[in-house]
Write a protein that binds this ligand. Structure first.
Ligand code: SF4
Length: 409
């Protein structure tokens, strides 16, 4: 007898389902056919099956904080609202002392990861970044430092005159734990010419990650969608990531990033639709068979869409975040913080099993498949709005089920 999944699938998608069940790789043509279809329900069911078979039912989150150390940037990407020139009134750069103060306060809140990225500052020397990592590590020795995108790594190589391998090795010695995945945008040169001409090429982005992986530095991979890209270019991007993962194996999560046009040179574009958000997550899950984690980044996608995407192949919702400037300067209206209770609520309501992880996907805390007696879903943003997210705020965010039960009581 046909299963529900088999019944909802269009007949010409059955071979794709068979491939997913046999653990076979999908082709680019199959990915393109799925991405350009408007049959959202069967696409979600197919991706959910792939997620279930490849990655199980746990959904991961972490207790992290973003520190965007400076937005001063020597180049200008048309899609970016964050980077500012040296003399721009909104340009800023924290001192190492200010960064350490934030890090120490966040560490008291139980944060296990600092995500630190910034613009390409024209004046700061490479030693400043090494000193910053050492100082943060000294202030928060338990925390993992996930820092600097590929373009920042290339910038460090340029300003220091050191080969990329040496730059990465010195950063690792100073405390770098892993790299985020930003800056990949869309690999196709046609798109890069329009949205980020001065940035690194696709080949350079992949080379930086390849080199990091060869040094034992894990990283993430991203794709910025919902601007001027074509469906074929999305598929090309995903296939190039899949090939790179086959080669170097150091990517942890794939994170699709929804474009926010406000305050950018591309503000006349409408940005992605909800349909596109979900289709991209689903097709990424189906094509990226060598990525265990597909992350729905709630800051860009909204907590509500991130929650729905859990039925479309995603199995990670990022973390608490607490302080985010890059997408909020581009008009994101999402909160700055999702508390652990809100993330738990979001996952439980979707019928999935929450797990708090560290940056390298070791599980720190397992939660039961079902919420405690009397639990009710939190409205997204409720707890965040009530919480003190300032770095010097009280360390009151509950992280364990015991704590949660006390709060509920
Ligand atoms: S995307 Fe990065 S490199 Fe480009 S302008 Fe913004 S901060 Fe600078």
């Amino acid at each position: 007898m046909a299963t529900v999944l088999e019944r909802v699938l269009p007949p010409d998608w059955r071979p794709v389902l068979e491939k997913v069940r046999r653990g076979e790789r999908l082709s680019g043509e199959e990915g393109l056919r799925l991405l350009t279809s408007n049959r959202l329900t069967p696409l979600g069911a197919l991706a959910d099956e792939a997620r279930r078979l490849r990655a199980g039912d746990q959904v991961y989150f972490n207790n992290n904080a973003h520190i965007n150390y400076s937005n001063v940037c020597a180049i200008h990407c048309r899609f970016c609202a964050f980077g500012k020139s040296r003399n721009h009134p909104e340009g800023y750069a924290y001192s190492i002392g200010q960064i350490v103060e934030k890090a120490a306060a966040y560490a008291r809140l139980g944060v296990t990861e600092f995500h630190m990225v910034g613009g390409l500052h024209p004046d700061l020397p490479f030693d400043w970044y090494l000193d910053m990592l050492r100082a943060v590590k000294a202030a928060a020795p338990e925390a993992h430092l996930k820092c600097f995108t590929a373009i920042e790594m290339l910038h460090f190589s340029k300003i220091s005159g050191l080969p990329l391998e040496e730059v990465l090795s010195r950063l690792k010695e100073a405390g770098l734990g892993s790299m985020p995945g930003g800056g990949a945008e869309i690999f196709a040169p046609r798109v890069r010419n329009i949205i980020c001409k001065p940035k690194e090429t696709a080949e350079e982005w992949l080379w930086v990650h390849d080199t990091a992986h060869s040094l034992g530095i894990k990283s993430n991979a991203t794709m910025l969608y919902g601007h001027v890209e074509r469906p074929e270019e999305i598929i090309d991007h995903l296939l190039r990531l899949r090939e790179q993962q086959d080669r170097s194996g150091g990517f942890q999560a794939f994170i699709p990033l929804a474009f926010h046009p406000a305050n950018t040179d591309l503000s006349d574009l409408p940005g992605p639709t909800g349909y596109l958000d979900l289709r991209v997550v689903a097709v990424a899950r189906l094509l990226l068979d060598n990525f265990r984690f597909i992350k729905s980044y709630w800051v860009m996608m909204s907590p509500r869409m991130a929650q729905i995407s859990l039925a479309f192949g995603a199995n990670d919702v990022d973390g608490t975040v607490r302080e985010e400037k890059i997408y909020h300067m581009a008009g994101a209206v999402t909160p700055q913080l999702q508390t652990p209770e809100e993330l738990l609520s979001l996952i439980w309501e979707a019928g999935r099993i929450p797990a708090e992880r560290d940056t390298l996907y070791n599980v720190i805390h397992e939660y039961p498949a079902r919420p405690p007696e009397g639990w009710r879903p939190l409205l997204v943003g409720d707890a965040a709005a009530a919480a003190d997210v300032a770095p010097s705020g009280p360390p009151s965010v509950p992280l364990t089920l015991t704590d949660l039960e006390e709060v509920e009581a």
